[in-house]
Design a binder for this molecule. Structure first.
Ligand code: DP6
Length: 361
């Protein structure tokens, strides 16, 4: 599909009002997206596990306006007006206007909440932008009932990408790939697709326990972080590495090769942080407890031969990844050894999920 496919035709009807609600999950990248060009085009392809427990639920109430005079919306976060989120939503609506031109015809009330604790350091932009995009597509479907499911999902992902790149991987599927890659059929820079190759059962129920090392505001926003890849001395090699890691991942995922998986995923996480440490200005987003946890994971893996590994996003929190059959054993390890490195002892059990759902209420 190309950008033109996402421009709507004439609307078949225009309801007076209504309300739609969607719940969209967060995701954790295995091969990382870090570096982009306008508008939200990734410098390299990426792939993520869709999560299950960490999710945003968003409702959009829409009411026809007297006159079409720009965007009108209210934004409520966990039941309260949230003025500081409004500019981000305003920019998003402006960016997607030509694809969803009905927006200016309605007064919108956007209500959103997260399943994970407020300011846990978990980015809600992926799940939040995905849930909002699905709500907008749901309204478009009411205006245009012939919209088919493939286009619905691709366009929801396309819109979500324009809100936050990684959000386009939070629509559908347990492993989602984003970014054109010559060896991945239907892959696109414009939206995420369900990973089209064989995936061993072990990866379809993989566990991710998010160890909340630092719950505060991130030191560097992802927007600023991506920009640091422009003129970065190692950027080109890094982008090539991501392309090649997607090739390497194919037989690993198909055969359930945990050793290969661990090596590739940990290397990706450390490379992401190495890019931040070697950009100008430079950043160090790991905290002492991040390193303590990583060392303990390595020691535990060596001593017990349990296939646990870690990945990181652009922050200090650690995602501990392991097969679901190791759950009980790993639970003991987390409680006994890792919890002490988490802020207020907090961590979140999550696992691979299958994507966003519509909530009927
Ligand atoms: C480190 O999707 O948050 O989590 O497109 O600027 O909104 P924007 O960036 P964002 O970047 C995510 C970066 C990452 C890696 C990843 O999820 O692939």
């Amino acid at each position: 599909m190309t950008e033109k496919d996402f421009l709507p035709g004439a609307y078949q009807k225009m309801p007076e009002n209504g309300k739609v609600t969607w719940k969209a999950p967060s995701n954790i990248a295995l091969v990382k997206y870090w570096g982009k060009r306008p508008v939200q085009i990734p410098a390299n392809p990426s792939i993520s596990f869709t999560l299950d427990a960490c999710a945003s639920t968003t409702s959009v109430t829409f009411e026809k306006k007297e006159k079409n005079d720009g965007f009108s919306f209210d934004l409520l976060f966990e039941g309260k007006p949230k003025a500081d989120f409004k500019p981000k939503i305003q920019t998003f609506l402006e960016r997607i206007e030509m694809y969803v031109p009905f927006l200016k015809e309605y007064y919108l009330t956007i209500e959103t909440s997260n399943s994970f604790p407020h300011s846990s350091g978990i980015a809600s932009s992926a799940s939040g932008m995905a849930a909002l995009s699905l709500c907008l597509m749901d309204i478009e479907k009411q205006l245009n009932p012939s919209l088919d499911e493939d286009l619905f999902n691709a366009k929801a992902s396309y819109l979500a990408r324009l809100g936050s790149g990684s959000a386009c991987r939070s629509i559908k599927g347990n492993l989602v790939q984003w970014g054109a890659h010559k060896n991945i059929p239907k892959s696109s820079d414009l939206y995420g697709v369900e990973y089209p190759f064989e995936v061993d059962a072990v990866f379809q129920s993989y566990c991710d326990t998010i160890l909340l090392v630092h719950k505060g505001q991130k030191q560097v926003s992802s927007t600023v972080g991506h920009q640091l890849m422009h003129g970065h001395p190692y950027a080109e090699n890094r982008f090539q590495q991501a392309f090649s890691n997607l090739d390497k991942l194919k037989p690993i995922l198909a055969s359930g090769d945990l050793k290969g998986f661990i090596t590739l995923v940990e290397s990706e996480a450390l490379t992401l942080h190495a890019m931040m440490m070697t950009s100008m200005p430079y950043f160090m987003l790991m905290k002492p407890d991040t390193l303590e946890i990583i060392n303990k994971i390595w020691q535990y893996r060596e001593a017990t031969k349990t296939p646990v590994c870690f990945t990181l996003d652009a922050g200090a929190n650690v995602h501990l990844l392991y097969p679901s059959k190791e759950k009980e054993k790993v639970k003991g390890f987390i409680q006994d050894e890792l919890a002490e490195h988490c802020e207020n002892g907090q961590y979140i059990y999550d696992q691979v999920g299958s994507g966003a759902i519509k909530i009927n209420r």
